[in-house]
Design a protein around this ligand. Structure first.
Ligand code: ZN
Length: 223
């Protein structure tokens, strides 16, 4: 059986949820310390099967993947320039024996290379920060999607278990979403903090037969 045939069978069995948004390969997402989840083929940031990101979340994930590529290139450039600077400093020491002027010129070149290396290193570190921010933003959108479509309001622990993340990660993202009015925060009778959809999507729990959702809401408001 050819690789293409195998891939199409895999796609038919598991659906398009396994398709990587970066390399388009049908591959399961794997847990990763830095990216939370990554593609087994291209190493790009992913979310596991069953987690919906929405359009904004998908854009954030693609941005994180692009930043990851930039960070790798810039790190390589920084290393190469750093090694070139070190080699040029060594040449400058030898050149200074022959002529102090030649030595000075070579030192100036070495300093310029070292400065360029440091700059590339700083850019690489800011690209790495963009990767973390992009992944975080993608997951915030995944949580917003989940809360928005949940039939009732949910706790941080419920979100964490549904989306395969730690309670602390879920809580941090839910707080950010609440600050930006993307989730509604309620404190229940049990003193538990719950997060709900911002639009009135919740279906009233005790809806009588023949009664519209609006009537049920009004009735509940009166009682
Ligand atoms: Zn991929």
């Amino acid at each position: 059986m050819g690789a293409l045939q195998q891939e199409s069978n895999f796609g038919a069995l598991y659906g398009e949820q396994h398709r990587c948004p970066h390399c388009q390969a049908l591959a399961q997402a794997q847990p990763d310390a830095a990216l939370r989840w990554k593609c087994g083929v291209c190493g790009g940031p992913r979310v596991p099967q069953g987690v919906a990101l929405g359009e904004e979340g998908m854009l954030a994930l693609r941005g994180a993947h692009a930043a990851k590529g930039s960070a790798q290139v810039l790190r390589f450039v920084s290393w190469t320039l750093g090694l070139a600077a070190a080699a040029t400093f060594a040449v400058a020491a030898l050149a200074a024996f022959a002529s102090p002027i030649a030595g000075g010129v070579v030192v100036a070149v070495a300093v310029a290379l070292a400065v360029a290396s440091a700059r590339a290193s700083r850019s690489a570190s800011s690209a790495r920060k963009r990767v973390v921010a992009g992944v975080e933003h993608a997951w915030e959108n995944a949580i917003a999607e989940y809360v928005q479509h949940a039939p009732t309001s949910v706790t941080a622990a419920q979100v964490a278990s549904a989306l395969n993340m730690s309670d602390a990660q879920a809580e941090a993202s839910l707080t950010t979403l609440a600050v930006h009015d993307r989730t509604r925060v309620d404190v229940g009778d049990d003193a538990q903090v719950r997060y709900g959809a911002t639009t009135a999507q919740e279906i009233p729990q005790e809806i009588s037969e023949g009664e519209s959702e609006e009537q049920a809401l009004r009735r509940r408001g009166e009682s």
